[in-house]
Design a protein around this ligand. Structure first.
Ligand SMILES: [Zn+2]
Length: 136
């Protein structure tokens, strides 16, 4: 896994916390924020955006990814994900699959709790034996 400096981890967690503050999660009451760092050094923030019909809702991680790709960034250095719970949460399966399309297996995924605790996984750890662009 690529190594990240502690100061960069804290920076990305702080940005993800800001994004979490803009979450629209009236149904789950589970606000999530994400910060995706592109190879250019740009940060793309995302929050979950729920919908009364549920299916149109989107997770924070895919919001950030959609913003990045739509702005031309397709290579990423790291992702931070924060919730407002005491326990750490990792990206859901759909987000893991979406990330595999653009991110290498060694990309760090920082998962942080409300208490400021965090754990860093590689994307490959979160989605081993994945199906990606190289399989077609
Ligand atoms: Zn998700």
């Amino acid at each position: 896994m690529k190594t990240l400096m502690e100061i960069e981890i804290k920076n990305m967690i702080s940005r993800a916390i800001d994004a979490r503050g803009r979450a629209y999660a009236p149904y789950s009451n589970f606000p999530v924020g994400a910060c995706l760092k592109g190879q250019t050094g740009a940060y793309y923030l995302g929050c979950n955006i729920e919908n009364a019909a549920f299916t149109p809702g989107i997770c924070a991680e895919r919001t950030a990814l959609s913003k990045a790709v739509s702005e031309g960034e397709k290579t990423f250095e790291a992702l931070a994900v924060v919730t407002d719970r005491d326990a750490l949460a990792t990206p859901c399966g759909v987000c893991r699959q979406a990330l595999v399309e653009f991110c290498k297996p060694d990309m760090p995924v920082i998962c942080a709790s409300k208490k400021g605790e965090y754990k860093v996984y590689s994307l490959g750890e979160l989605l081993p034996h994945s199906f990606g662009p190289g399989d077609l």
